[in-house]
Design a protein around this ligand. Structure first.
Ligand code: ZN
Length: 233
């Protein structure tokens, strides 16, 4: 197989690969940027933040109420220890216990409130998680056609990449460099077919001798007009 033909085949692979890759990115964007899915993700995110906050508030409320209980137990145990006999001191302790209990009641109310808020936040989070799953399933259903296309394009892309890897070893590095720079400069077409003694891409006509050299030369022959590598079958 001539070098020009190898490059022509590589170009067919690369051109198709470009189309496939562009379409795959577009499909990916369509699948990811679904507005409904994004909204469901956002709701889940804020439910998660709220739940986190509620847990923190509950932990603090639990800690504060527990500290108060410990304090109360300490004062009660000194009251019932029998070590304090002085009626004035006993009265003071009883007053202190009453004050501690009153404050504990407030703290326990706070704790209960925080517990209810945490439960509500947990339920909201679970609901948001379920909603996201449902929306996800729905969007997948709606996007079934896109996904089928995505799967088949992905297979084609794998296949093209394998073909590319098979072609590459027979092309030298400097020729590959030439091919790549021509593709960049010449709208993705580095190689042009010769059809009826003309460059099929730019349309310029070639002398019969020139067209003949494309077929017979061991070197790469370029179109005199557009500079693309010519290939003739
Ligand atoms: Zn040309």
């Amino acid at each position: 197989m001539s070098l020009a033909l190898q490059l022509y085949r590589l170009q067919q692979i690369d051109s198709r690969l470009n189309q496939v890759t562009t379409r795959l990115s577009a499909i990916q964007a369509l699948l990811e940027n679904n507005a409904e899915l994004q909204a469901a993700r956002q709701i889940l995110e804020s439910a998660r933040t709220e739940q986190h906050e509620a847990e923190k508030v509950l932990k603090t409320a639990e800690y504060t109420a527990n500290s108060q209980r410990v304090k109360l137990e300490q004062v009660e145990s000194s009251l019932y220890s029998g070590k304090i006999q002085n009626p004035k001191e006993l009265q003071d302790l009883q007053n202190e216990i009453a004050a501690l209990k009153r404050h504990l009641a407030i703290l326990e109310d706070n704790q209960l409130e925080a517990m209810l808020a945490a439960e509500a936040a947990n339920a909201k989070l679970a609901e948001a998680q379920e909603d996201l799953q449902v929306t996800h399933g729905k969007v997948i259903g709606e996007n079934a056609a896109l996904q089928t296309e995505q799967n088949s394009l992905q297979k084609e892309s794998d296949n093209l990449n394998a073909q590319r890897l098979a072609v590459l070893p027979v092309i030298s590095a400097d020729v590959l460099e030439l091919y790549d720079s021509l593709r960049q400069k010449r709208s993705g077409m580095a190689v042009s077919q010769v059809i009826e003694n003309s460059c099929d891409t730019c349309g310029s006509s070639l002398t019969p001798g020139y067209a003949q050299s494309v077929r017979t030369s061991a070197q790469l022959v370029h179109c005199p007009m557009c500079g693309r590598i010519l290939y003739s079958n």
